[in-house]
Design a protein. Sequence first.
Length: 148
Amino acid sequence: MQTKLLADDGSLRTFAIILETGEEVMATLQGFAEKERLSAAHFTAIGAFSAATLTYFDWDKKEYQQIPVHEQVEVAAFSGDVASGPDGKPALHVHAVLGRRDGTALAGHLAKGHVRPTLEVMLTESPAHLCKRFDPESGLALIRMDGQ
């Protein structure tokens, strides 16, 4: 991973994070978020994966269903956020649309992604902190504004 601080005005930082072949996206971004002590940020990316695992949240079962991807795919869309999790650590939430060779696409939450050849992430930290709290209806930790 290569990183570069592109802007820092004292309350808002923007980073370029470039992942390389073989790196696992979620673990790498989690490590970056912890190192930089991020508690509120959003990001986008473009690139490609050699393999990935997407998930889909099944509302009735209250669990994620895995969608394994065992082929080279283009990262056609990639967006997400960072907030403080219930444990106080940075929590990532990432959605991705992956394009196959034939032009069809797969989409969902990104659980794992193995980069090949690159993933170019642009991340902007927000000055306000965001916190996730347990939501009993879904069973998920969701971002909630203070006092809600």
